[in-house]
Design a binder for this molecule. Sequence first.
Ligand code: NAD
Length: 299
Amino acid sequence: MKIGFIGLGNMGAPMALNLIKAGNELVVFDVVQKNIDSVVEQSKNKAVSAKSVKELAQSKLDLILTMLPAAQHVRSVYLGADGLLENVSPSTLLVDSSTIDPQTARDVCALAKAKGNDMLDAPVSGGTGGAQAGTLTFMVGGEETVFNAYKSFFQQMGKNIFYCGGTGNGQVAKVSNNMLLGISMIATAEAMALGVELGMDPKILASIINTSSGRCWSSDTYNPYPGVLENAPASRGYSGGFGTDLMLKDLGLAVEAAKSIKQPVMLGGLAAQIYQTFSKLGSGHGHLDFSAVIQMFKK
Ligand code: NAD
């Protein structure tokens, strides 16, 4: 397939490289030139760069995938005057894998449909490690026939591909999962810090938790205590993972979505306040991986 890829950040870059590995032709764009250069270089010049969203949209593509930070970026890339919907052919499938609120996903999909384009919302879970390994979980909303026709496309970047129902339901699944993740990371950080302050070795404590009833992904795959897991962001100064401000964004999406139906999300709301406090406490905290929230609990 000939694929356009917009948003070559921590997640987008490795996903784009996996699509190249699977034999697709790629046209790539990002607002940060060095992110484009890095993907072109890592692909050994197999990826071709576009100068703008408009140029990418006009490249006769089978599919365009976007992996952008938040809803305002999705709106500007899709709905701006030089954006995708104004410039893309109706035969191109549009897929947005950014994590955004379900309502924006539904609004953008409806506008795409009005222009004649099929569109799926397909947020992911699995972190940067999953993006690199091609083992992401995709949560896909939209028309089921379109999903079935493109399931093998998602399998080139992911291991677990779920159809979630109509447009926006991929985002509903994603915000629910990430609210749980945001809460469980704080709980893991609090427990690890408590155990270590009371005299436990962090690696032994993590091994016990990971084979006991406290086990969870935040502990056994992404432990926030430095040195416990060699490949976790905690062991590389909390760089290169899932930014604190992105987690704060996701918790905001969950709280807002909950508010719209008056659904209580008490721990989700508290977790948002804790990440917000951590982000504000030090310059650059917002860019650190969200597991750095353990710094609120350590000396
Ligand atoms: P990121 O900030 O590293 O990457 C986003 C990229 O989009 C950047 O390279 C940025 O320059 C680019 N961009 C911004 N505006 C643009 C525009 N108008 N046109 C073109 N490019 C533009 O973020 P990320 O960590 O890759 O996350 C991307 C999305 O995936 C977010 O919605 C995030 O919530 C979600 N997500 C992230 C993770 C993770 O572990 N990092 C996991 C699951 C989901």
